[in-house]
Design a protein around this ligand. Structure first.
Ligand SMILES: [Ca+2]
Length: 156
């Protein structure tokens, strides 16, 4: 959120530039009164002393190979906002991609879960192998995970 801690009105609006970390891909930005493009948001209305603009919401997709803590950075530009920035560290706690039903174990139940996704009986969230579709190949990957075939379900 962009705030104005000074006693003067920031009269020229502001631009916020979003810099997603390597393990995240920026999907969208939005905020009340902000005009947002692919990687930044702008507004031109003045900001009185001690006031704040409405927050900007950032949606990202997280890479399956991302690890550790991913830190998102927002830079603010505009008259009176020199060198202003904010960071948002996000620790990742991603489960095994073969644990389709999210019960913390990879089992035959996950294979059934994936079959149901591939058949359209469940929402197809789990594109385990990253080919852009949930189909029998993902079911096979999860089955390989249940059989503990190395590399089937990389630990992330
Ligand atoms: Ca499971």
């Amino acid at each position: 959120m962009v705030s104005n801690p000074s006693v003067l009105t920031a009269s020229a609006g502001a631009t916020v530039m979003e810099d997603a970390p390597s393990g995240m891909r920026l999907v969208s930005l939005w905020g009340q009164g902000w005009t947002c493009g692919a990687t930044d948001c702008q507004r031109t209305d003045p900001l009185p002393p001690s006031a704040s603009y409405p927050p900007i919401y950032v949606m990202v997709s997280v890479s399956k190979t991302a690890t550790g803590t991913q830190t998102d950075v927002a830079l603010v530009a505009g008259f009176g906002f020199q060198n202003a920035s904010a960071t948002d560290p996000t620790p990742l706690n991603l489960s095994n991609p073969c644990d389709a039903n999210r019960d913390a174990v990879v089992s035959a139940a996950d294979v059934q879960y994936m079959i149901n996704e591939a058949l359209g009986l469940r929402t197809a969230w789990d594109d385990v192998n990253g080919y852009g579709v949930v189909n029998v190949a993902d079911v096979q990957t999860v089955l390989n995970g249940v059989r503990q075939i190395p590399g089937a379900c990389p630990a992330i």
